[in-house]
Design a protein around this ligand. Structure first.
Ligand SMILES: C[S@@+](CC[C@H](N)C(=O)[O-])C[C@H]1O[C@@H](n2cnc3c(N)ncnc32)[C@H](O)[C@@H]1O
Length: 307
């Protein structure tokens, strides 16, 4: 019997809609989301149990690091059917696993005070926890985890780097994270933004883009023709730290690539898990996610689809 990818994705998405029911209408700020935002949350949801099962045998402590944590909920603002519906963001995904797959500490931060306030209140309501979410920018947040592999009996961490655009993740900061040998990374890279800005930057009249140089840490983008070429270079630079990388593409509905998720680890076991997740999620189009999200949200009951 062939693998039922639609049933599988529905089985992942529906419990996440359920998880947030108590906070769905709490009146706090939400982050704007789109159908394609779901794939990164599902990837993280899949990785945490396997990460836990690998590291619990090798490390004393392990941490979840989310320096772009957002408000904890994102809201479909433009979708014709799901408009107003909400879905958990990365910190809630991590905490939803805390009974079976806990981290020793959750380092959550965001530069927006409105977001950190909203997330704080949601975590208290859902899990009765006071985590101490910081209002930091990315550069300042890294110090929380930067030295975990310097200690005797060092620790591990899972870092989720989910910025808006690429300007706020300069290579100098990414290098600090990549140097942490025991840090697994999920990095969301806005490939379509890179592509758009590359075309402008390669224009002979401009031929400069400080943003692209800042992102890559060099001007090798000048030898690129597409956003995908830049992502390939970025992935190569990550590999230069002795790391494995895997990639998951995320497209807009019926359209081109919107972003890539780069997964990176130095652990062979972690790499095998990332490879499995990537292979599975490559089969999951945004259209498939959309149809399972519509039924998983409970917005349309199965029989309504026949009316
Ligand atoms: C794509 S959202 C994150 C969504 C979140 N990971 C989730 O799954 O719901 C990006 C977040 O980055 C925050 N942000 C933007 N620039 C930042 C910076 N320089 N440092 C830290 N946070 C920043 C924004 O306030 C926003 O909440």
């Amino acid at each position: 019997m062939s693998f039922d990818i639609n049933g599988w994705i529905k089985g992942k998405i529906t419990p996440l809609f359920e998880e947030i029911k108590p906070i769905k209408n709490d009146g706090c700020i939400t982050s704007p989301g789109n159908m394609w935002s779901l794939k990164k949350e599902v990837a993280l949801h899949l990785y945490i149990p396997s990460y836990y099962n690998i590291i619990k045998n090798h490390f004393k402590n392990w941490y979840y690091f989310d320096p772009f944590c957002g408000s904890g909920l994102f809201e479909f603002t433009k979708h014709s059917i799901l408009k107003g519906e909400k879905f958990p963001g990365s910190p809630i995904i991590a905490l939803a696993h805390k009974e079976k797959y806990p981290f020793h500490q959750y380092f959550l931060s965001d530069k927006s005070k409105n977001n950190t306030n909203a997330l704080n209140s949601r975590i208290k309501k859902l899990y009765n926890l006071d985590i101490g979410i910081e209002t930091f920018d990315f550069t300042s947040s890294i110090k929380s985890v930067e030295h975990i592999d310097d200690r005797t009996g060092y620790d591990s961490c899972l870092a989720v780097i989910d910025p808006v655009g690429y300007a706020v993740i300069p290579w100098t900061d990414m290098e600090r994270l990549l140097k942490i040998k025991t840090c697994d990374l999920f990095i969301v890279v806005m490939t379509n933004d890179l592509h758009r800005n590359l075309s402008a930057a390669l224009n002979p009249e401009q031929n400069d883009d400080k943003g692209l140089t800042n992102f890559l840490g060099n001007d090798s983008w000048k030898n690129c023709e597409t956003g995908d070429d830049i992502v390939k270079k970025y992935r190569q630079q990550i590999s230069n730290f002795g790391r494995y990388t895997e990639i998951i593409n995320v497209n807009r509905i019926g359209e081109n690539k919107i972003y890539d998720i780069i997964l990176s680890t130095r652990s062979l076991g972690g790499m095998n898990v990332m490879k499995g997740i990537s292979e599975k999620l490559q089969q999951v189009t945004t259209e498939k996610i959309q149809s399972q999200a519509i039924s998983g949200s409970g917005k349309i009951k199965p029989l309504d689809e026949y009316c």
